[in-house]
Design a protein around this ligand. Structure first.
Ligand SMILES: Cc1cc2nc3c(=O)[nH]c(=O)nc-3n(C[C@H](O)[C@H](O)[C@H](O)COP(=O)(O)OP(=O)(O)OC[C@H]3O[C@@H](n4cnc5c(N)ncnc54)[C@H](O)[C@@H]3O)c2cc1C
Length: 661
């Protein structure tokens, strides 16, 4: 292999180019950092979830800014904190910075709608007791990313594209470097890029590569394996949002897609069709009312899985995972064999809505085009015509509420390593819809503010030596897994099979035995990784490191699930643990015998540390919700004396302490 080295020296590096990463970069610049002191490194400038996903009305959750509905920072913090397993100081910061961050986006041009008086009118989203949500349309997060990117470019900031970070290098005093794979390196040359740096803001998005059934966009497969192996604990890793989504193209089938009552069909390998919803719920009025509800009760919710709308998700799971069928939405015919839907048999809620919308007629696709033509056009633009095509769906992973453990400045326990956006675990069992985008903006603002005021000495020779040692070790690994012939490359196949088994037994529906088996097989595989993995060329190496990253994340998640089962945590949020005591066989009917979590564990967070591949799990009580506020003269005096620094506890101080020194 040609060993010409590429070396960069950048004091502050932001990893990623989603809405959180761009906001971190813009904030560093706003805080006065000069463009030559920091840069973005990303594996794909236009990849990531923010830029490539959306929904029928993609939601941004913020403090109420309209009408006479009272709202306050503390009320919002309480609502973020209340669902359980959330640290109070983080909830308070996410509420306190919600308005500044939201208005920052508005000023940069994100078209959040106002009424004639300039009020940002809101609506209610899931787990939202007030109408705090807003939206710029189906592509809110894309618009956010593009507006932030335009500001980034206007300020002349730097971005290094096509660099996938594969190692965070630390010494006793904290971060000293990164290693990245240059995805454009010619096959046969050294693809490693060495980066000397003091501060890293990790903004790589959610762990999109964990599951095969996923609605994360195709161009996003990142996980948190790199920071986990560097020693950052994972927090609340078991808490996800799953829901029904189309698999090609990947898109949530929420809102109108369900409210127009499409036909749900499963197809056997031999082509036989089954209308499984009416098979399971013979009362058509009830079956269709549940389907309608799925529209706005989108996330799979264990509290609604026995007799609420989440039964629909469970039935889709049964068809795909237990019966080996593929499931489709068919908008060309009415469900249950009806020529005309008996609207009077629907629940009052469904009837009212469809009558008000003037949509009690025709076939599902006609109702969809009548109520929401853009929703029809969206699939058309992606190559699926709902006038004639079936739409394949599955119960998919959409968002990880957990992630890297951070304090209220979004610092990890490793000095110089901060994390923001979806990779940071700031949510708990439930979160209000839209709060992920708020958390991403608040977290990146905080992390960048901290990085901007952090004064760091230059790297010591020992730290540079350490970076060099890690480079040499990784280079040797690359040589040992590289193969000259493309047909020997097994990375794609391995990735697929490890993801499929996660979706089968450790997704929304979790089985003790499947979890234990998946955990031990992955731990074993990591031990024989270099002997078993064959990667051809640079793209093969990218997949090999992605596999390593994915296995690390899966091992952390499976360990966390196993620990929960052992500690008596039961079904909650978007997950059902079937048969935790081994009392019944894991058949479909047994799923309904799951036990709901009594709430005993909601006042703690679960932490998992990598520990060389044998993860250690622990719980600690949530940090309480601080009172916040303060006496103005005192706050002002401290602020005059110390500015931001006065409010930032020393690194290594008790985590996320809420008081200023
Ligand atoms: C279908 C769907 C609908 C959603 N709807 C909503 C909603 O309505 N409201 C809401 O609040 N949230 C929603 N979310 C969640 C929200 O969109 C995401 O949490 C958010 O966009 C994540 O932004 P981010 O900046 O953290 O990461 P991303 O936008 O995912 O960016 C991550 C970046 O990191 C880069 N990267 C990854 N790994 C590496 C590496 N090793 N080296 C270098 N670069 C790397 C990627 O290429 C990418 O550029 C939805 C998510 C999905 C999938």
């Amino acid at each position: 292999m040609d060993t010409q080295r590429r070396i960069l020296e950048i004091p502050v590096v932001i990893v990623g180019s989603g809405a959180a990463a761009y906001n971190a970069a813009v904030t560093l610049s706003e805080q006065g950092m000069s463009p030559d002191t920091f840069a973005i490194l990303t594996e794909g400038r236009t990849d990531g979830t923010s830029r490539n996903t959306g929904s029928d009305k993609q939601t941004y959750y913020k403090l109420g800014l309209c009408g006479d509905g009272a709202d306050s920072v503390h009320d919002m913090a309480r609502d973020l904190f209340a669902p359980g397993c959330v640290d109070g100081d983080i909830a308070l910061v996410e509420a306190a910075l919600s308005v500044p961050c939201f208005l920052h986006l508005c000023r940069l041009g994100v078209p959040f709608p106002t009424n004639a008086y300039g009020e940002y009118v809101g609506y209610k989203t899931d787990h939202d007791p007030r109408a705090r949500a807003t939206s710029a349309g189906p592509l809110t997060s894309k618009m956010m990313t593009e507006c932030l990117e335009a500001e980034f470019n206007r300020r002349g900031l730097r971005l290094f594209d096509r660099l996938m970070v594969i190692e965070i290098i630390t010494e006793s005093s904290g971060v000293c470097g990164l290693l990245a794979l240059d995805r454009d390196a010619e096959d046969g040359t050294d693809p490693l890029v060495t980066v000397y740096c003091r501060t890293v803001i990790w903004a790589t998005g959610g762990p999109a590569g964990v599951y095969a059934d996923t609605v994360y966009p195709v161009g996003h497969t990142g996980c948190n394996g790199v920071p986990f192996r560097a020693g950052v604990p994972g927090k609340n890793l078991t808490e996800w949002q799953f829901g029904l989504a189309s698999v090609d193209p990947r898109w949530n089938v929420s809102g109108t897609y369900m409210q127009v009552l499409p036909r749900l069909v499963s197809v056997d390998p031999d082509g036989t069709e089954h209308e499984f919803l009416s098979e399971y719920i013979p009362d058509a009025g009830r079956a269709l009312s549940l389907l309608f509800l799925k529209g706005y009760q989108w996330p799979f919710d264990s509290r609604r899985a026995r007799d609420g709308s989440s039964v629909v998700d469970l039935l889709v799971y049964r068809e795909t995972k237990l019966r080996g069928r593929r499931v489709y939405l068919d908008y060309t015919k009415n469900p249950c064999g009806f020529d005309d839907i008996p609207y009077d048999a629907l629940s009052d809620e469904a009837q009212d809505y469809l009558k008000k919308a003037g949509a009690c007629f025709g076939r599902p696709v006609e109702r969809l085009r009548h109520m929401n033509e853009p929703a029809y056009n969206l699939y058309l633009s992606l190559g699926t015509d709902l006038e004639k095509d079936y739409l394949e769906i599955a119960l998919c992973a959409q968002h990880n509420n957990g992630g890297l453990d951070v304090d209220m400045w979004w610092r990890t326990k490793i000095s110089g390593l901060l994390a923001c956006g979806e990779c940071a675990g700031t949510h708990g069992v439930y979160r209000p819809g839209g709060s992920a985008l708020n958390a991403g903006q608040v977290g990146s603002t905080r992390a960048a503010t901290f990085a901007a005021v952090r004064k760091m000495p230059p790297l010591r020779p020992a730290e540079r030596d350490r970076v060099e040692q890690v480079y040499q070790a990784v280079y040797r690994e690359i040589c040992s897994i590289s193969v000259p012939k493309p047909e020997r490359d097994n990375t794609e196949k391995l990735l697929r099979s490890f993801r499929e088994s996660m979706s089968a037994g450790a997704g929304a529906i979790r089985e003790k035995e499947a979890i234990e088996k998946a955990l031990s097989s992955r731990q074993f595989f990591l031990q024989i990784f270099t002997q078993s993995v064959c990667a051809h060329g640079t793209e093969g190496l990218v997949r090999a490191f992605r596999l390593y990253d994915t296995l690390t994340e899966q091992i952390m998640i499976l360990s966390a699930m196993k620990d929960q089962i052992r500690n008596g945590v039961r079904s909650r949020g978007s997950a059902i643990y079937t048969d935790p005591e081994g009392e019944c066989a894991p058949g479909f009917e047994d799923i309904f015998r799951y036990r709901e979590d009594g709430g005993a564990h909601l006042s703690e967070v679960q932490l998992v540390t990598w520990n060389g591949g044998t993860p250690r799990c622990a719980t600690r009580p949530v940090r309480p919700l601080p009172e916040g506020g303060g006496f103005f003269e005192n706050v002002w005096r401290r602020y005059r004396e110390d500015g931001y620094i006065g409010c930032i506890p020393e690194e290594g101080a008790p985590e996320g302490g809420s008081s200023c020194r």
